[in-house]
Design a binder for this molecule. Structure first.
Ligand code: NAP
Length: 242
């Protein structure tokens, strides 16, 4: 048996309409999974490129939006990828820019994990969770207070859930992507000075592409990662090694 195969598994990927989430959904499809592509808007473009896939609408501005999804479907893999960002100086940061980001990037992630865990334990099954963290789970960043707080939180809940669930059949891990070309980083890419400074620090000498993250998620969700628990796996072109 190929230990990297996801054949026979069903994966739910949040934010699968674009960027990193789309790349993860496509990679999981290539690895043989049936993929439920979740978005606050249609994921039809992603679904059309996967052999066995469907879409559901989930908007995490209500962090409890996933509701009964995990109880109703047998889902083996949960990828918490959906995320948002607000940029402003710390002295000017608004409560709305704090709450909106914490709801989507942290509260929804935890309660998705909880609902997934309950469903897996209920059926006495096994499963894998892959959370999409960030370099800002480990570094401070600048002008992104709520995002950094949320992503540090994602690293924390990945570890606590691994501690509670590793022996109960659920692998919980996270990926910390480096600087990846997507809507999330469009403002940085447009800013010539920031873009140059970022590029100069990346040992790989280029920005990452969403595709650079897809297969890492497949690995963490596959039998090949059966003894990997609570890891925050950097996929950053070497940024943190610098
Ligand atoms: P992106 O293209 O902006 O994708 C973000 C995804 O999250 C989109 O599908 C977006 O939907 C969805 N989303 C945002 N708010 C949502 C909500 N309220 N409910 C449901 N879905 C929502 O950016 P990305 O880079 O691919 O980001 C994916 C993940 O990677 C995020 O968690 C991000 O923090 C993380 N990340 C990105 C980088 C990077 O350099 N790009 C680095 C580290 C971590 P819409 O398309 O409808 O907005």
């Amino acid at each position: 048996m190929n230990p990297f195969s996801l054949a026979g598994k069903t994966a739910l990927v949040t934010g699968a309409n674009t960027g990193i989430g789309q790349a993860i959904a496509l990679a999981m499809g290539r690895a043989g999974a049936s993929v439920i592509c979740a978005g606050r808007q249609s994921c039809a473009e992603t679904v059309s490129q996967i052999a066995e896939a469907r879409e559901i609408i989930l908007d995490f501005s209500d962090p409890m939006a996933a509701g009964d999804v995990f109880a109703n479907d047998q889902i083996d893999i949960l990828v918490n990828n959906a995320g948002t960002i607000r940029r402003n100086a710390a002295v000017d940061f608004t409560e709305a820019d704090w709450d909106d980001v914490l709801d989507v990037n942290l509260k929804a992630v935890f309660f998705n994990c909880q609902a997934f865990g309950r469903a897996v334990f209920e059926r006495k099954g096994t499963g894998s969770i892959v959370n999409v963290a960030s370099l800002l789970s480990l570094q401070g960043g600048i002008r992104v207070a709520s995002y950094t707080a949320a992503k540090h939180g994602v690293a924390g809940i990945t570890k606590i859930l691994a501690n509670e669930w590793a022996a109960k059949g659920i692998n919980v891990n996270a990926i910390a992507p480096g600087y990846i070309v997507s809507n999330n980083t469009a403002a940085l890419i447009k800013d010539e000075a920031r873009n140059k400074a970022i590029l100069e620090r990346i040992p790989a000498g280029r920005w990452g592409e969403p595709d650079d993250i897809g297969e890492t998620a497949v690995f963490l969700a596959s039998p090949a990662a059966k003894y990997v628990h609570g890891a925050i796996l950097n996929v950053d072109g070497g940024w943190l090694a610098r």
